[in-house]
Design a protein around this ligand. Structure first.
Ligand code: ADP
Ligand code: MG
Length: 620
């Protein structure tokens, strides 16, 4: 009787293996570029269409393959990189499993063109779903070109599982950057849908980092070097003042291979202890060299996690080396004219314009005269805060009826006499005591407004978020916003990746009132701004927005519009801790109650509460 066990046909086995190696277009990019590096190429070109879903091509000028190898390379466990199990412990190449090309060929249409230097002619092979379609000789330059079309053509479920082009392209760029950072001596170019994303000439480590992350990166970098028996460190860490909200500039390259290591990341974070503000993340580009036999890169199929023999020792060396470098370069405060000086001013005062003190001399003052009138108190100058806010023309909403009979209330409260003027002026901002609007700011956080039936307590930040959110949303949707033209256009630096997002949301931003004069590879020139945004804030607002969108990228255009309005409102809104003058308080209260939904913030938090007279009575 025959058994029931069968050997799987090769193409099925390959498809199963592909599930591990090829998760998305970016995995193909990684494998092909790494093969080109292993083939000792000095120039590598990556071309993608539709984020790699339609086409991925990698062209190199490396060693090339002969006819036999060109056919063999698509077999599983076909590799030129190891022969014995022991070789695994002395790896100097990226690949070693011999699985990548077999896996890719199982789930895509692949075209290979390759020629070795000494050969007259090259070879041209087409393989679709592991099946050889054609094999010809061809006139070719030295090197190899792999063209991968219609990824997952035979696994529709996989294809449907792919994310939007934006997300997939971001993964591709991540992989591209990781290999490019590890090999600055190789020149790399990347082209996406016909336009150049990167053009990185052969250079040194520092220059490569700057070429990838933009011109401004150079001034941020602090060099790090250390050499011990078990670990050699070189590379750069970012000065603490340039730390960012996200982790997009953190790279460990161990023996020229990008790796992820939460453990070593922790070592770096502890070296920065006390130097970073509000949970910011430092940049680091660290090249570690360890003896090949002390690491195991075999534990993860896509090889981004490694295991070190002596993690504790590496941790300690890394931590102290980084700490030392930061100390050497940062102990003395650097005079840096580009630094945002407002960072140095305490919380409450940073938004205030400093008034020149005016000396007022009372020429009629006579110390011997008997005092008949209480001393006048001078208002402490005009407020400097500027709540950007466009005037609302919507007719008086019904909530205003809450305020009828306000005059009477005014009278009652105004007649309260304070026991002591000094205490009073400490408790309340003078300007507010003077005003008769019965609206005041409490703790620079809440707006308290008295009503006929009690008190209204409004969260200033959330209220302003709501107002701005509704304004932005309407403006993006109806595409009609007022824009203030700038006298001098602003030039703002972005990373390549950030620039891609910016281009993607450009129409939405123009809807809100932004005007872009130029969109470069890593710089945007802005010539107009929405009325609600001050030119000093644009830089951080746009960076924040892109960061937030990267973290939670919406799939459809409605939610994109909604997210942009939300995040933008959050970063533009007046913050807790900001002093508001009477006009600004009024603008916020009126604006809020003219909103469609004044109850909750765009992030669904309550905006105000009411305290009725009964509530208060109960407490007495
Ligand atoms: P691995 O890289 O793990 O050896 P791959 O499936 O990625 O496995 O590649 C199989 C073999 O094909 C490699 O070992 C190498 O000999 C050859 N090869 C792949 N890509 C190239 C290339 N761009 N240039 C020259 N040889 C290549
Ligand atoms: Mg490989």
């Amino acid at each position: 009787m025959s058994g029931i066990i069968q050997l799987l046909p090769d193409h099925v086995a390959n498809q199963i293996a592909a599930g591990e190696v090829v998760q998305r277009p970016a995995s193909v990019v990684k494998e092909l570029i790494e093969n080109a590096v292993d083939a000792k190429a000095t120039e590598i070109k990556l071309i993608v269409k539709d984020a790699g879903k339609t086409l991925i091509q990698v062209i190199d000028n490396g060693s090339g393959m002969n006819v036999t190898d060109a056919r063999l390379c698509f077999e599983r466990h076909a590799t030129s990189k190891i022969r014995h199990a022991e070789d695994l412990f002395a790896l100097h190449t990226k690949g070693f499993r011999g699985e990548a090309l077999a896996s890719i060929a199982a789930v895509a249409h692949v075209e290979l063109k390759t020629k070795q230097e000494q050969e007259e002619l090259g070879i041209h092979i087409i393989i679709e779903g592991s099946k050889l379609v054609t094999q010809d000789v061809a006139v070719l330059p030295k090197g190899t070109s792999f063209l991968v079309k219609n990824l997952f053509f035979n696994i529709p479920a996989r294809r449907n599982f792919l994310k939007s082009d934006n997300v997939e392209l971001k993964h591709i760029i991540d992989e591209f950057e990781r290999v490019a950072l590890a090999h600055p001596n190789i020149s790399f170019t990347m082209i996406s849908n016909g336009s150049e994303v990167f053009n990185l000439p052969s250079s040194n480590y520092r220059q490569r980092i700057v070429n990838i992350f933009g011109g401004k990166t150079n001034e941020k970098l602090v060099p790090v070097t250390e050499e011990t028996e078990i670990l050699k460190i070189s590379g750069f860490v970012g000065k603490p003042e340039f730390s960012k909200k996200n982790r997009s500039e953190q790279f460990f390259l161990v023996n020229d291979r990008f790796i992820k290591s939460p453990f070593l990341h922790h070592a770096i974070m502890s070296a920065y202890e006390g130097l970073l503000k509000d949970n910011n993340q430092p940049s680091y580009f660290l090249y570690l060299e360890v003896p090949p036999h002390t690491i195991d890169i075999n534990i993860h199929p896509t090889k981004t996690e490694v295991k070190f023999d002596d993690e504790q020792a590496l941790y300690a060396i890394l931590r102290s080396t980084v700490k030392h470098s930061l100390g050497m370069f940062n102990v003395a405060p650097v005079l840096d004219f580009e630094r945002d000086a407002t960072l140095d001013v305490p919380y409450h005062y940073k938004d205030k314009v400093l008034d020149t003190p005016i000396i007022q001399v009372d020429s009629t003052f006579n110390p011997f005269a008997i005092e008949t009138e209480p001393k006048k108190s001078y208002s402490s100058g005009t407020s400097s805060s500027s709540v950007s806010y466009t005037k609302n023309t919507i007719s008086q909403p019904s909530w205003e009826s809450l305020y009828t009979d306000l005059k009477q209330d005014t009278f009652e409260v105004a007649s309260v006499s304070f026991e002591n003027e000094v205490v009073a002026s400490k408790l309340f901002d003078e300007e507010i005591v003077e005003s008769q609007t019965l609206m005041y700011q409490f703790n620079r956080k809440y707006i308290i407004k008295s009503m006929k039936s009690g008190l209204l307590v409004i969260h200033q930040n959330r209220a302003h978020q709501r107002i701005l959110y509704e304004q932005f949303l309407t403006n993006i949707t109806v595409l009609h916003a007022s824009s203030q033209q700038l006298l001098f256009p602003l030039e703002i630096q972005f990373s390549r990746e950030e620039m891609m997002y910016l281009k993607e949301i450009q129409p939405n931003l123009e809807g809100i009132g932004f005007a872009f004069e130029k969109m470069g590879l890593d710089v945007a020139v802005i010539s107009g701004l929405p009325a609600q945004i001050a030119d000093t804030e644009v830089n951080s607002i746009l960076h924040d927005l892109i960061y937030n969108l990267q973290e939670n990228l919406p799939e459809d255009s409605f939610s994109l519009t909604d997210s942009i309005s939300k995040f933008m409102a959050r970063s533009v809104a007046v913050k807790t801790g900001k002093y508001l003058n009477t006009a600004e308080l009024e603008n916020i209260v009126n604006g809020l109650f003219a909103c469609k939904d004044p109850n909750v913030s765009p992030f669904n938090k309550p905006i105000f509460i009411t305290l009725t007279t009964e509530d208060l009575d109960k407490r007495f």
